[in-house]
Design a protein around this ligand. Structure first.
Ligand code: NAP
Length: 247
């Protein structure tokens, strides 16, 4: 019940980690804006599960890379719920390739959806949060943004950029009692990682201290914690949720 009455926007909440985050926040009694890109049925399923938990859900299609669409989503959230306490920048995509083969459009798409998106959303929620003198912003980065990965230059650059954005926003918005943190998951079992071959999964697993790949819920619980009053003196941090792969 530690988020009772709070309102959260979770981008990319139709499936994977975003869905688990939306349900963890709703489980702690927050109302949720369920953002998605194209999979309306999946988003409606997330919303139904939130309502089952006794909370309100607003399903909203918006491309987070599109400034105008994000502004409209935030306006709709304010009209529906009257405030925004929590923003979770979770939506993300990969377009992996070695740099010699990487197409410019794949660089641009990954940077837009994973990084410019956070500029769009933070800019749109900053005013109501500053006015309320309260807020929690959590950006989902990646272990790859901290340490790099061959074949993921675009994704690593975007996720590293999110860390720089997190620290700058923490300094800029801290005086207004808004905390900004990043979570850096390791390899989590979702559609984003399901293309990995069994061999690649085995190799990755053996590099994880806890000897298993992560579940979306492993990430969701720390996001709920960071969104709560338990974390009012934590800002500008990058919390690894990677089973120890980064040790
Ligand atoms: P996923 O299963 O592929 O889900 C991606 C989510 O993002 C979906 O809800 C999708 O909506 C949404 N989305 C994609 N493009 C969007 C756009 N332009 N506008 C709005 N929403 C958009 O991914 P995931 O594994 O849960 O990853 C979630 C986040 O964690 C990402 O930022 C990812 O980079 C990060 N992460 C993942 C891992 C991992 O191992 N899985 C590790 C580290 C970090 P639709 O359903 O409508 O398409």
């Amino acid at each position: 019940m530690f988020l009772n009455g709070k309102v959260a926007i979770v981008t990319g909440a139709s499936r994977g980690i975003g869905k688990a985050i939306a349900l963890a926040l709703a489980g702690a009694q927050a109302d949720i804006v369920v953002n998605y890109a194209g999979r309306v049925e999946a988003a409606e399923e997330t919303a139904a599960a939130i309502r089952q938990l006794g909370r309100r859900a607003l399903v909203y299609q918006a491309d987070v890379a599109d400034t105008q669409q994000v502004q409209e989503m935030v306006s709709a959230a304010l009209t529906e719920f009257g405030k925004i306490d929590i923003l979770v920048n979770n939506a993300g995509v990969t377009r992996d390739n070695l740099i010699l083969r990487m197409k410019e459009e794949d660089w641009d798409t990954v940077l837009s959806v994973n990084l410019k998106s956070a500029y769009n959303t933070i800019k749109a929620v900053a005013r109501p949060m500053v006015k309320a003198r309260s807020g929690r912003i959590i950006n989902i980065s990646s272990v790859v943004g901290r340490y790099g990965n061959a074949g993921q230059a675009n994704y690593a650059a975007a996720k590293a950029g999110l860390i720089g954005l997190t620290k700058s926003m923490a300094k800029e918005l801290g005086p207004r009692n808004i905390t900004v943190n990043a979570v850096a998951p390791g390899f989590i079992m979702t559609e984003m990682t399901e293309h990995l071959t069994p061999d690649a999964k085995e190799k990755l697993t053996s590099a994880v201290a806890l000897n298993r790949l992560g579940k979306p819920e492993d990430v969701a619980s720390i996001v709920a914690f960071l969104a709560s009053d338990f974390c009012s003196y934590i800002t500008g941090q990058v919390i690894g949720v990677d089973g120890g792969i980064s040790i």
